[in-house]
Design a binder for this molecule. Structure first.
Ligand code: SF4
Length: 225
């Protein structure tokens, strides 16, 4: 279980552990938590797998630089019944309408802010639609990530989500450009900004009940934040 103090501490790095990632141990711990795991050396290999795995489905993509970099939308678009991307609203559609279309799909794909070698994952969300889709309503959820997001343990994963991933996501989000982390670009300041993007922190301990599969695609590349 996470230490409460490190869970709420936005600025103190809980570990200086720089040991190399033990991928075998990481995969074993994730599988013990009922996640399905696939490891690929390249993004190209991962895309080939996703194309073979996801066909004739109603698919949705959450906000993710990793999915954009890998061109997951383009890979899956032609071979599925329908694909909804939070970044591709229909004409005249507002954000809420697009976000609602990403819910209750056969398949939802997103990424993760941090994955602990001990078998847990962490995501931060400002609006909640990305995390909501990953927790309920989708039959299958895929988390696609690069090895740069793997941390030694859960405390380090929470630290990474708050102090590495979130500030970079703030920089990406122009609306939040006045937040202190966007100005200083070094860490989280636990701000009270109206455009704060860190309103919920989700820890995935195990596969959600009633969801068919939660599958983790680990790629041996630096991807996303
Ligand atoms: S938006 Fe606020 S809470 Fe989120 S990382 Fe930046 S300073 Fe921290």
């Amino acid at each position: 279980m996470a230490n409460t103090n490190t869970t709420i501490d936005a600025v103190t790095n809980p570990t200086n552990n720089t040991a190399p990632i033990d991928m075998v141990k990481t995969i074993k711990n994730l599988e013990r938590n009922n996640f399905v795991v696939h490891y690929f050396e390249t993004g190209e290999d991962a895309i080939a797998y996703l194309k073979s795995r996801i066909q004739n489905k109603r698919v949705a993509l959450g906000d993710s630089r990793t999915l954009q970099t890998l061109k997951v939308y383009e890979a899956l678009e032609g071979q599925n019944i329908e694909i909804t991307d939070i970044h591709r609203p229909l004409d005249g559609e507002n954000f809420r309408q697009t976000a609602l279309r990403t819910m209750q799909r056969d398949v939802f794909l997103t990424s993760i802010n941090a994955l602990a070698q001990t078998g847990e994952m962490v995501n931060i969300d400002g609006t909640g639609n990305r995390v909501a889709c990953s927790l309920f309503g989708s039959e299958e959820v895929f988390f696609v990530l690069g090895t740069n997001k793997i941390t030694p343990d859960l405390s380090a994963a929470i630290y990474r989500a708050r102090n590495v991933a979130a500030p970079q996501n703030v920089v990406k989000n122009k609306k939040s450009s006045k937040n202190p982390c966007a100005i200083r670009q070094d860490k989280c300041y636990d701000c009270g900004s109206p455009d704060r993007i860190c309103n919920a922190l989700t820890i995935y301990y195990k596969k959600m009940r009633n969801m068919d599969i939660m599958e983790i695609i680990i790629i041996n590349e630096d991807l996303g934040f």
